[in-house]
Design a protein around this ligand. Structure first.
Ligand code: PAF
Length: 277
């Protein structure tokens, strides 16, 4: 079942809730791959009813060209979701989500500021705004998000806490190809050569985490990791940083759960990844 309007979605969810069912939502922008499907499968296991949203959210693209280039593959997405057995796809038009006169923006402080937030101004405001709206529209009890977008996951957790939203956030493991590359819709845009080199980002992070645990000073570890990624054929490294995995502040307190996050360019494609350290 593909729903296009908030009214139809609300009516459907009201029926499910009246029957006492737990509703899970998997927010996506489409162009689905196994990573998305693993979120949908987990929601399928844990919730009575599952909605996957497919909406390419213009507010989170700070580069208009990126928005135009974003793959739109709804028919194929629907076929993939049918294999998981999701109950509904909510795929609204832009005007349904942002009707004329829409002026509100949700801006999450702190956790949104560094890394992706610093490099993609406005991106997390766009994400926070649409995710808040999707929770309001779907009235979901649980929201499933990938750990691949680690900072986004922390932004969503923070906004749910701060706004007292009645939704439980479930962060799901990153799904990787056998060579280690984290699954992403952007991987489709890699040339064969770039695809062969792309796992070097993950490999460099694993190496850096190992060296850090072995006592090599952090600055040296990160410098080596950046150099390794470039040596393996990436064009530029935007960041490889070790941060507190919840606040995104630079890792200082060795007791806090830490996360290494990276963003790098290869073949005109921007890849991000992260690992626990
Ligand atoms: O991770 C994504 O695909 C998007 O940022 C999300 C959460 C669907 C919001 O548009």
């Amino acid at each position: 079942m593909i729903l296009r309007t908030v009214a139809d979605l609300r009516a459907q969810v009201a029926e499910w809730k009246a029957a006492g069912q737990v509703v899970g939502v998997v927010p996506t922008m489409g162009a689905l791959h196994d990573g998305h499907l693993s979120l949908a499968r987990r929601a399928r296991r844990e919730c009575g009813r599952v909605i996957t949203t497919i909406f390419v959210n213009p507010k989170q693209f700070n580069n208009p060209e990126d928005l135009l280039k974003y793959p739109r593959t709804e028919e194929n997405d629907a076929a993939l979701l049918a294999t998981v057995g999701v109950d509904a796809i909510f795929a609204p038009a832009v005007e349904e989500v942002y009707p004329a006169g829409f002026v509100t923006s949700v801006s999450v402080g702190g956790v949104s500021a560094p890394l992706e937030g610093a490099l993609r101004p406005g991106h997390f405001d766009g994400v926070a705004t649409v995710v808040t709206k999707l929770f309001g529209m779907t009235q979901a009890d649980r929201g499933y998000f990938g750990q691949k977008d680690w900072q986004q996951l922390q932004v969503v957790r923070q906004l749910v806490r701060d706004l007292n939203l009645k939704v439980e956030i479930v962060g799901c493991e990153t799904v990787r190809d056998p060579d280690g590359l984290a699954m992403s819709s952007r991987n489709q845009r890699l040339s064969g050569q770039a695809r062969a080199k792309a796992p070097a980002l993950y490999a460099a992070m694993l190496g850096a985490a190992r060296q850090f645990r072995d006592g090599v000073p952090l600055a040296q570890v990160l410098d080596r990791a950046r150099a390794a990624v470039l040596a393996e054929g990436f064009d530029a490294v935007e960041y490889i940083e070790l941060v507190d995995g919840e606040t995104m502040l630079p890792a200082r307190d060795l007791g806090a759960p830490m996360r290494m996050l990276a963003a790098a360019w290869i073949d005109d494609v921007r890849l991000i990844d992260n690992i626990a350290v």
